[in-house]
Design a protein around this ligand. Structure first.
Ligand SMILES: NC(=O)c1ccc[n+]([C@@H]2O[C@H](COP(=O)([O-])OP(=O)(O)OC[C@H]3O[C@@H](n4cnc5c(N)ncnc54)[C@H](O)[C@@H]3O)[C@@H](O)[C@H]2O)c1
Length: 283
């Protein structure tokens, strides 16, 4: 413990259960001295375990659908009121794709679902920033972080329309980061995290193979949820005051690799077993 967030107030989206990346961040933020408010959708609050986390972190839970501006306005007002002052940090840890859930492939997208994917996973970040700015709800030098994935830059089999959402999310961080930095000295960044076994992560079919592959490709191995939380705390702290409009890879080096010895070894073993190319492609 370093007391990195002593006296700071924060709002954390997206803790569903103890596997959630947001859950680990909430625990670490509380340990580092922050006062926090938690939020999630009414359904996730009912079916998830967020109240357990709230009890542990001495926090309140305020329901909000991150796609609803009305809900976000109510959330920001209530959070500031409850915390007795403006926010110093916000974590946006929100994503969902009905195309992924319903097994629609990228060349057979349902466009209604695509709109939902973009609204929940990217535009909600803009809505949050716009509401917070209009209400002047974040202190100078505050820090806002959203969660991204390398599929924003590179095509990964089966990541589907979530790749488009992440590309948009990272763009929003840059575009809004410029304005929020210029006018209010507020930082806006995305952290691009290794694949992690969470409820959203498990929604990507074949996540085990993907995790094994990226583990072998990354010189430092996959970043865990606990490691993500540590890095996120640093991004919320005063130690990173001049970092803004960035997408920062927290991935053990994966995003800079092309091929590693560990991955090549497994590939060569498979070659010796005469693998067949798939005769049809499901994505
Ligand atoms: N798990 C991974 O491999 C991985 C890797 C990189 C980035 N991410 C990103 O991390 C973030 C958190 O995901 P996670 O892996 O912790 O999974 P998770 O399933 O625990 O969290 C996703 C959260 O989004 C919330 N959510 C969905 N729709 C919402 C809405 N309309 N309004 C408000 N909240 C809503 C869910 O209730 C849930 O709490 C997501 O943005 C995800 O894309 C995950």
């Amino acid at each position: 413990m370093y007391n990195l967030l002593k006296g700071k107030k924060g709002l954390i989206f997206g803790a569903l259960n103890d596997k959630s990346l947001a859950w680990k961040v909430a625990e670490r933020a509380y340990e580092e001295g922050a006062e926090i408010v938690l939020t999630n959708t009414p359904v996730s609050i009912r079916f998830g375990e967020i109240q357990k986390l709230a009890d542990k972190c001495n926090a309140v839970v305020i329901p909000a659908d991150a796609t609803s501006v009305k809900d976000l306005e109510n959330l920001i007002d209530k959070a500031v009121e409850h915390l007795g002052g403006k926010l110093d940090f916000i974590l946006h840890s929100v994503a969902m794709s009905l195309n992924v859930r319903k097994g629609r492939t990228y060349d057979n997208l349902d466009y209604g679902f695509l709109n939902k994917t973009l609204d929940i996973s990217a535009i909600s970040f803009h809505k949050l920033l716009q509401v917070a700015k209009k209400k002047d709800a974040i202190n100078e030098w505050g820090s806002v972080v959203a969660l991204s994935y390398v599929a924003a830059q590179r095509t990964l089999y089966r990541y589907n329309d979530m790749a488009d959402a992440k590309a948009m999310l990272e763009s929003i961080a840059r575009s809004f980061g410029y304005i929020y930095g210029r006018e209010k000295k507020i930082r806006v960044n995305t952290i691009s995290q290794s694949p992690t076994l969470t409820t959203a992560g498990s929604g990507v079919k074949g996540i085990d193979g993907l995790m094994d592959f990226s583990e072998r490709m990354s010189p430092l191995g996959n970043a865990t949820a606990d490691e993500f939380a540590n890095f996120c705390i640093v991004m919320f702290s005063d130690l990173t005051k001049k970092i803004t409009m960035q997408n920062i890879f927290h991935d053990g080096g994966f995003s800079s690799m092309g091929m590693s010895l560990r991955a090549m070894t497994v590939y060569n073993q498979a070659l010796n077993n005469n693998p067949k190319e798939p005769d049809n492609y499901d994505e």
